[in-house]
Design a protein around this ligand. Structure first.
Ligand code: NAD
Ligand code: UD1
Length: 325
C-alpha cells in the first residue's frame, strides 16, 4: 500500500520490525526517510524494508530514543511489550517499556514539534459496558497492559491540549494478517499454525466469544490517516464494526487451509472478555477511516494461495453477522 499525502518526511516508526510496524514501514519507505527503532525482541530484521534506517535499540534507553527522534517530523509509536500475560507477571517491566518510555518519547517529540501517532488498544475498555464499544465507553482495563495503554492514550491526548503537541491515539481491536507470529501473536495465527500442522485447533471455552478482527492493511491505512488528520488530541477505534465468534473463526480457518484438524475445546481463559466490537462512527466521520477488508477474504488470503485483492473480488463475505443489542 502507498502512503497518500505523506511524502518527503522524516519518519520514525518505533517497533517498525514488528507485525504492524513493518507493514507501516513498507507503505512509508518508498517516499519518505524512514527510521526504525526496535530491539528485535519480537520483531524481525527480515521484515524491515531495505530503505529504512534501522536503530537496534531499546525505547527505554534515552540515548537510543533521543537519536531516533532527532529531526523527525512524524512518529508512529508501536514498540511495546504486547503480551498481556507478561504484563500480569511483570507489571513494572511492561510499564517501563509501554508507558515510561512512551512519556519520554512524547517529551522528545515536543522538542522536535513532531506529530505522534500512538498505538493504543481495545484493551483500554476491559469488559465492555456497551456493544458496539464507542470511544466514550467506560474504560476499566483488566490487565497492567491495558492500564498502560490507557495511560499512554490519555497522555497523548493531554499533551495535545497542554503543550500543543500534535497527537492521535489509535485503539486497535484484534489485528491480524501476514507476519504475525510468536507465542503472543493472537488467535488467528495460532489457529492457522495448528490447521497447517494438522494439529487440533484449540478453542478456549465454548467458542461463543466474539472479536472484531481487523486486517493489518486497514490498520496501516488508519495510521496514515492519523498522520495527516486535523483531528488531533483524539482517540479513535480501529476496527471493522463487525464481530466474529471464535468457533466460526476455527471453522473458517480449517476450511481455508483444507485441513482435517479436529476442533477441540479446552478451559476458558480466566478473565477472558466475552464480546468485543468497535463502534466505528467516530473514525469514519472524523478520521475518514472505514475498514475495507472483509473477514472471510482476509482469512482466505492469509491461508495462502490467493492474493488479498483476488480474495476480495472473489466475494469474501464479511463477518458472520451475529449482532448483540
Ligand atoms: P509486535 O510484537 O509484532 O511489535 C512490537 C515491536 O516492538 C516488535 O518489533 C518488538 O521487537 C518491538 N519492541 C518491543 N519492546 C521494545 C523495546 N523495549 N524497545 C524497542 N522495540 C521494542 O506487535 P504488534 O502486534 O505489531 O503491535 C504493535 C503495537 O500495536 C503495540 O503497541 C501493541 O500493543 C499494539 N496493539 C496490537 C494489537 C494486535 O492485535 N496486534 C491490538 C491492539 C494494540
Ligand atoms: C488481543 C490482543 C491484545 C489487544 C486486544 C485488543 C493479541 C495476542 N492480543 O487480545 O494485545 O490489546 O486484542 O482487542 O493479539 N483463543 C482461543 N484459542 C487460542 C487462542 C485464543 O480460543 O489458541 C481465544 C481467546 O480465549 C479469546 C480469543 O481467542 O477469547 C482472542 O484471543 P487473543 O487472540 O489472544 O486476543 P485478545 O485476548 O482479544
Amino acid at each position: 500500500m502507498d502512503a497518500p499525502g505523506i511524502r518527503g518526511r522524516t519518519v520514525l516508526v518505533t517497533g517498525g520490525a514488528g507485525f504492524i510496524g513493518s507493514h507501516l514501514v513498507d507503505a512509508l519507505a518508498p517516499h519518505n526517510e524512514v527510521r526504525v527503532l526496535d530491539n528485535f525482541s519480537t520483531g524481525s530484521r527480515d521484515h524491515v524494508h531495505d530503505d529504512a534506517d534501522v536503530i537496534d535499540g531499546d525505547v527505554a534507553d534515552p540515548v537510543a530514543l533521543g537519536r531516533a527522534v532527532r529531526d523527525v517530523d512524524l512518529v508512529f509509536h508501536l514498540a511495546a511489550l504486547v503480551s498481556v500475560d507478561l504484563s500480569v507477571e511483570q507489571p513494572r517491566r511492561s510499564n517501563e517499556t509501554n508507558l515510561e518510555s512512551s512519556l519520554l518519547l512524547l517529551d522528545l517529540a515536543r522538542q522536535e514539534d513532531a506529530r505522534v501517532v500512538v498505538a493504543s488498544s481495545a484493551a483500554v475498555y476491559g469488559h465492555p459496558s456497551e456493544l458496539p464499544i464507542s470511544e466514550t465507553a467506560r474504560t476499566e482495563p483488566t490487565s497492567p497492559y491495558g492500564i498502560q495503554k490507557l495511560a499512554l492514550d490519555q497522555y497523548a491526548r493531554r499533551y495535545a491540549e497542554l503543550y500543543d503537541l500534535s497527537t492521535v491515539a489509535l485503539r486497535f481491536f484484534n489485528v491480524y494478517g501476514p507476519r504475525q507470529r510468536g507465542p503472543y501473536s493472537g488467535v488467528i495465527s495460532t489457529f492457522l499454525e495448528q490447521a497447517r500442522a494438522g494439529d487440533p485447533i484449540t478453542i478456549e471455552g465454548d467458542g461463543e466469544q466474539t472479536r472484531d478482527f481487523v486486517h493489518v492493511r486497514d490498520v496501516v491505512r488508519a495510521n496514515l490517516l492519523a498522520a495527516t488528520t486535523d483531528e488531533t488530541g483524539e482517540a479513535f477505534n480501529v476496527g471493522t464494526g463487525e464481530r466474529t465468534s471464535i468457533r466460526h473463526l476455527a471453522e473458517t480457518v480449517r476450511n481455508a487451509t483444507d485441513s482435517s484438524s479436529p476442533i477441540v475445546h479446552r478451559d476458558p481463559r480466566p478473565g477472558d472478555i466475552t464480546h468485543s466490537r468497535a463502534e466505528t462512527t467516530k473514525a469514519r466521520r472524523r478520521l475518514g477511516f472505514d475498514a475495507e477488508i472483509p473477514f472471510e477474504a482476509g482469512i482466505r488470503s492469509l491461508a495462502g494461495g490467493t492474493s488479498l485483492e483476488a480474495a476480495i473480488s472473489d466475494g469474501g463475505s464479511s463477518a458472520d453477522g451475529e449482532s448483540i443489542t
